[in-house]
Design a protein around this ligand. Structure first.
Ligand code: ME8
Length: 516
């Protein structure tokens, strides 16, 4: 039986249209899910939408429709994005689904049974935009006297009866969890940030509200609606069949291998979520990875600035695989990044068209022209041949190590060292000159290159699936032979195999056409 691998995205609020930030997080998960599937794992990849809470209720009211109809509409945009980005999520969860109500109420019951929840009253600050509580000390005041949370969201004073979760009792056990599992929070810089927040002391957390209705009622006291974050976080176990925990998908996939999130919501995932789970007698996830923030041409992305980057538009303008590659290559995963047209075009024309596209195109068209359109016969390999083939074979282990710590940029950089080495090899070996003087050597050189491109195309599948698949088609690698178990020399291309007519993959960006 293959090893399981469970990976999740945040579930996105349906008050907004999907933008580059949402596409980014799910893309990172998609690349990882695809990589693990190709590597033989039994993968479950989950995404979805967060549909309850005051923020969504307010957005529905502003749109003049009832919350259910509103969430149906906006949730569909996220499904459309998944299709447009070629995401391979195995499930799409919505917190308004029946299965989720059942699961989140069962989680509540577990917490009550463990005496982790008590009734009290809350008086303090709340930011609807973040759906988060803040202490006075965390706030700043604007010139107009408004109080602002560290995220920039406005807060309002809330005073109402509320159920509380005994978070304050979980400080030591959380710190122990972080210490025992240093990979629980990545990247490392974020680990330190969370650990010092917890060391600073935790207060009990208000986990129900009475001032609005759009959410899951507290079992046995339906004046109260569950705090939207408790509701939302539970999606990760709902989707694998909770409240059933002994058999089925929960038994197979929990604890999750990676919860991928943006840095804005790390605290909810690395502090509240493991505390809720442990308090309910369930295991915490294995890892929370908090990635960085995208800006647009140096500016914060916001609706009010009107500079939100629409992923559908990006794909239309630059091409899907180009966008997928750019987002994962441009910025060290975990750090903040800036989107600019210039850097997008630079990657597209440099790394993709000039380096990889051109390599594949040169090799395939020389084979088409000089080897009757078949995988060439080869003679003995020279040291240089073996060096390039060895570097290509060695990629899987190295790239796998980077993927295991979600260093997507590093994985791609490693693959590109071999792409560049292959381009240097073509220039040095100059197969076009060998046709007359040493045709056998020409065949060997082209064979080494075709075999290198096969490795490169196999490994780039998780990142740029359509382009890699087209390259593999052109090498006549059958779809059943594209998993990583077919990596390596035992599954090398067979001389004499007929190849289809080559077609360019990964075109250059042409400025003039785009400006029309
Ligand atoms: O927080 N750069 O949903 P949300 C990078 N419903 N990533 C960005 C980004 C940007 N500029 N903007 C958004 C919620 N993101 C909750 C989550 S989970 C149980 C509940 C991404 O719609 C990033 O992943 O506000 C961030 O964490 C997420 O969108 C926030 O999505």
């Amino acid at each position: 039986m293959s090893e399981s691998y469970y990976i999740t995205t945040p579930i996105y609020y349906v008050n907004d249209v999907p933008h580059i930030g949402h596409a980014y997080t799910t893309l990172a998960c998609d690349a990882l899910a695809r990589f693990k599937r190709l590597d033989g794992f039994d993968v479950k990849f989950l995404t979805g939408t967060d549909e309850h809470g005051q923020k969504v209720e307010k957005s529905a009211a502003a749109a003049g429709i009832d919350p259910q109809a509103f969430t149906d509409q906006v949730s569909q945009n996220f499904r459309d994005l998944a299709r447009a980005m070629n995401f391979t999520n195995d499930d799409f969860i919505r917190t308004t689904e029946k299965r989720h109500h059942v699961s989140v109420q069962a989680l509540w019951d577990r917490l009550v049974a463990a005496d982790e929840i008590y009734l009290g009253s809350y008086a303090g600050w709340y930011a609807v935009r973040d759906e988060a509580f803040y202490t006075e000390g965390e706030l700043t005041k604007t010139e107009a006297g408004k109080r602002i949370a560290p995220s920039g969201a406005e807060v309002e004073w809330v005073e109402e009866p509320s159920y509380f979760f005994r978070l304050s009792a979980w400080q030591d056990r959380l710190l122990e969890l972080y210490e025992k599992h240093p990979g629980f929070i990545l990247p490392k810089s974020r680990y330190n940030e969370v650990a010092s927040f917890v060391k600073g002391g935790l207060q009990d957390l208000s986990v129900s509200r009475c001032s609005f209705k759009w959410g899951v009622p507290v079992p046995g006291d339906d004046r109260h609606i569950m705090y939207v974050w408790l509701d939302a976080l539970a999606n990760y176990i709902t989707a694998i069949g909770h409240p059933e925990t002994e058999t089925g998908e929960y038994a197979t996939y929990w604890p999750a291998d990676v919860h991928m999130v943006g840095k804005d919501i790390l605290r909810f995932h690395a502090v509240y979520w493991p505390a809720f789970l442990m308090a309910a007698g369930l295991e915490p996830p294995k890892r929370v990875f908090a990635h960085g923030w995208w800006t647009n041409e140096g500016q914060k992305i916001s609706k009010s600035l009107g500079n939100v980057i629409d992923p559908f538009w990006l794909i239309e303008k630059y091409g899907l695989d180009q966008v997928r590659y750019f987002l994962l290559r441009e910025v060290p995963f975990g750090k903040d990044g800036d989107f600019s047209h210039a850097s997008m075009v630079h990657r597209m024309n440099g790394d993709l068209a000039n380096d990889f596209g051109n390599l594949a195109q040169r090799v395939l068209s020389m084979i088409a022209k000089n080897c009757n359109g078949c995988v060439p016969l080869h003679g003995d390999f020279t040291d240089e041949d073996n060096q390039l083939l060895g570097a290509a074979h060695g990629l899987l282990v190295k790239v796998g190590e980077s993927m295991d710590v979600q260093a997507f940029h590093e994985a791609l950089e490693t693959i590109w060292t071999v792409i560049r080495a292959a381009n240097v090899y073509v220039d040095r070996q100059a197969p076009w000159k060998l046709k007359k003087e040493n045709p056998e050597r020409m065949g060997t050189v082209l064979y080494v290159l075709a075999e290198t491109v096969r490795h490169l195309a196999l490994l780039t599948q998780p990142f740029m699936p359509q382009s890699s698949e087209r390259m593999l088609d052109q090498l006549s690698v059958s779809p059943e032979h594209r998993a990583f178990s077919f990596f390596g020399p035992e599954h090398a291309l067979v001389p004499g195999t007929g190849l289809p007519k080559p077609q360019g993959v990964l075109p250059r960006y042409v400025e003039a056409e785009a400006e029309e």
